[in-house]
Design a protein around this ligand. Structure first.
Ligand SMILES: *[C@@H]1O[C@H](CO)[C@@H](O)[C@H](O)[C@H]1NC(C)=O
Ligand SMILES: *[C@@H]1O[C@H](CO)[C@@H](O)[C@H](O)[C@H]1NC(C)=O
Ligand SMILES: *[C@@H]1O[C@H](CO)[C@@H](O)[C@H](O)[C@H]1NC(C)=O
Ligand SMILES: *[C@@H]1O[C@H](CO)[C@@H](O)[C@H](O)[C@H]1NC(C)=O
Ligand SMILES: *[C@@H]1O[C@H](CO)[C@@H](O)[C@H](O)[C@H]1NC(C)=O
Length: 341
């Protein structure tokens, strides 16, 4: 009898214990379910309100032709057009080896064997954005041309600038260089000046019925900054340094020919100019990218071809230079004077 009583007590305690556990578990389960349904709710809400990014498919790439400025234009255009079309962008090894020396670019690189095996569809681009580029069909597209227009990628400017982040050691070198140039001067404003010469000196008049920047242009552009800022310092880089030294008036002591006036490496020159506060460019994609990365005031040479120039079939001023940049029209008189009657 006593035994039976104890047994009952043990059974009932054990029952209560288990019941409690069961209740706890039940409660926990309820809470878990509540949480779960909340998460489900928010997921549902999200997919209703915000468009989930579709997974990227295919492999898109772009030719790697030209020098630094061209490669940057090709990279940025591929990045943007592939994204617009929901495709995964890849770059060619040659582009990677040149750009990754300078920037922390992140697009994956195609292996040469993969490039050789894929049956690419080649798709030529002109140098400004067009509606049809939003709807390019194909999983394996090989873009070609020399695209370098903000109209392709300005809507994702932050992402493009992120791709063109300098390696830390380059950043440090540039700052050290500019600090050295600054010396004891206070409240200095650095203006990066890129004077594109080299082959363009001949190509512009002979092929394109155009001119390159002259002495008068540089004088006007520099005077703009001299009038506006207290202590401007002009950091000049060029692939024609001898011409620069002969044609830029240094009497105000505010001109610095970078690299002791020697032609530097494009990467070093580019980084130096990109760390200045404002930009004077002449022509070419190198200068355009400097201005784009610096983000300060940019002065550019404009209307540097005759109106019947074939250049205007492949190039649009308004697609190359941001609307807020300041254009100084070129002096075309050397072309007009050379023209046979
Ligand atoms: C609930 O309690 C009963 C009786 O004590 C037990 O047999 C069962 O295993 C418990 N349920 C769970 C899910 O643990
Ligand atoms: C520094 O120069 C800018 C113009 O370049 C001027 O507006 C500013 O007042 C100057 N600051 C000092 C502390 O002199
Ligand atoms: C150079 O600039 C200084 C100061 O503005 C001016 O006095 C001088 O005439 C200029 N020299 C030439 C050759 O233009
Ligand atoms: C101008 O550029 C120098 C060198 O990159 C930088 O240290 C400074 O902060 C810049 N000044 C302004 C006003 O952005
Ligand atoms: C360049 O030429 C165009 C067309 O002739 C003209 O509308 C524009 O004002 C010119 N730009 C400048 C800065 O003079």
């Amino acid at each position: 009898m006593l035994f039976a009583f104890f047994l009952l007590v043990i059974i009932s305690f054990s029952y209560m214990y288990h019941a409690k556990v069961n209740v706890t578990m039940f409660t926990n389960h309820m809470q878990a379910e509540k949480l779960l349904s909340k998460t489900e709710e928010s997921v549902t809400e999200k997919s209703q309100n915000i468009e989930e990014p579709k997974p990227l498919t295919g492999m898109w790439t772009v030719n790697a032709i030209g020098r630094l400025g061209n490669l940057m234009g090709e990279y940025a255009t591929l990045y943007s057009l592939a994204k617009m079309n929901g495709r995964q962008a890849y770059i060619l090894p040659n582009m990677h080896s040149q750009l990754s020396k300078i920037f922390k670019i992140r697009l994956p690189v195609l292996h040469q064997e993969v490039i050789n095996r894929i049956k690419w569809r080649h798709y030529g681009l002109h140098d400004w954005m067009s509606e049809e580029y939003r709807h390019i069909k194909g999983d394996y597209i090989h873009l070609s041309g020399y695209p370098c227009s903000f109209t392709f990628y300005h809507h994702i400017k932050d992402e493009i600038l992120q791709e063109f982040t300098f390696h830390d050691f380059i950043k440090e070198e540039s700052y050290a260089y500019l600090n050295n140039v600054r010396g004891d001067k206070k409240n200095v404003t650095f203006v990066g000046v890129h004077v594109r010469r080299g082959d363009y000196v001949h190509v512009m008049p002979n092929t394109w019925k155009g001119v390159v920047a002259d002495k008068g242009y540089l004088q006007k552009a520099m005077d703009y900054f001299r009038n506006k800022y207290e202590n401007p310092l002009f950091i000049v880089t060029s692939n024609g340094m001898d011409w620069c030294k002969e044609n830029i008036n240094t009497s105000l002591g505010d001109i610095h020919f970078a690299g002791d006036g020697q032609e530097g490496s494009p990467g070093r020159d580019f980084a130096l100019l990109a760390h200045c506060n404002h930009t004077i460019m002449t022509i070419g994609t190198f200068g355009i990218w400097v201005g784009y990365l610096v983000g300060g005031e940019t002065i550019y040479l404009t209307n540097y071809t005759l109106t019947d120039s074939p250049f205007l079939k492949v190039f649009k001023y308004e697609a190359a230079f941001l609307p807020e940049w300041i254009g100084i029209p070129a002096d075309l008189s050397p072309l007009l004077n050379n023209k046979n009657p």
